[in-house]
Ligand binder design. Sequence first.
Ligand code: MN
Ligand code: MN
Length: 480
Amino acid sequence: MAEENSNKQKSAGEKLQEQLSFKFKNQWDVLDADLVSAAHKFSEGYKRALDQGKTEREFHDLTIARLEEAGFKNLDHVDKLERGDKVYRSVHNKGLLAAVVGSESPAEGLILVGSHIDSPRLDLKPYPLYEQNEFALFKTHYYGGIKKYQWLSTQLAIHGVVVKQDGSKVEICIGEDDDDPVFTITDLLPHLGRKQMAKPAKEVIEGEQLNVLLGSQPYPEEALKDRFKLNILSLLHEKYGITERDLITGELEIVPAHKARDVGLDRSFIGAYGQDDRVCAWTSLEALLDAMPQAKTQGILFFDKEEVGSDGNTGAKSDLYFFALNELCAKILSREPSLLETQQMLEHSKLLSSDVTAAYDPDFSDVYEPMNTAYCNYGIGINKYTGGGGKGGTTDANAEYFNEVTRLFEQYNIPWQAGELGKIDEGGGGTIAKFFANAGMNVIDCGVPVLAMHSCFEVTTKLDVFNTYRAYKAFFDHAE
Ligand code: MN
Ligand code: MN
């Protein structure tokens, strides 16, 4: 009744406004209590995944464990696929394809969500260990777009793999258990920081100063040269059986040691390292696991090396991802797909390039265009295009596909918003979207809005994370 009354009181202009205009909504104003508790619950599993998967390799491994638990089989070990079969294929232990087989020919197209599982970090240099003024340290080379100063005076962990001379592989992870030591890169005290504080932020700390403190206890032989370094080598050998030679070929990554945490008195945010883009990877994985099998084959793609341009055999530019899709098609068809069928598969496929977008931050309001930016708690953020300048270096999704995706979301009550990554000419960024659009797929970028992106402690909201999972699930369940 109240509704009817308020309708009666609306002026003609108000009614027309309601009919013709469109606004995105803060989801706290429209949701129900069930959705809030589901969002809190979902975030618990997500936080655990972030803690367990701080590198692309670790996230790849935990994904495969999760897939196997859900009955997915390694595509390499399967010859023929039928409707409802669940398979995955690793791309050099850093990327993957996982799929649920549909009833239609793959030439009708696939329903895909693709994200990246690498994050900005510090890699060890090839010859990393040295001593200076009676300290032992590791030299690092930063990976991806970081603000170097954010990595000072914070707790760090070492993750990665070292292959020994006999070819065996050792997995290393130090700094995550409560009993583990952590590492740090020391900053200068403010008392002596007069010159440092006058520098532009990008020069406050130089790349060559990102050296990780490892120890100060020497090997107990006073006359020995490099005895501080030797003590660290001795400890590494004792624990892992590795030598300095093995360190050179290893892949060790320095990441923040802190765990994912609820943020805020109301616990509405999640703060953690590496949410770009594991938030989209995790939500798409969970969505695929929960999706109903459909006529079209559904799948997720995880990529490495997005943060450094997607090159290499594990990046989105690698042909291996297309080979994996082709192998999937071949095993569904029980024969080699023809060139035409492969082309049709690419042309008819629908991909959500799922990557995070910048959330509006009132402390830095001058870099955002408020009408065209993503906001926290407003749902999945869609970017029709990314890139920089005059839409350089991007794919621009067409109106038909943009509208199809948003209509699908609306049909299943999935909140969405559209925006750009900041003001025109303020900067920019790219995603994996263009590589698959170049191959002919329908592609649009969408993902979770993030505050403090690329920092050691990125912030998302639980509602956006959960609504993004809901968006991917609706896409898997209903895209045609
Ligand atoms: Mn990203
Ligand atoms: Mn990024």
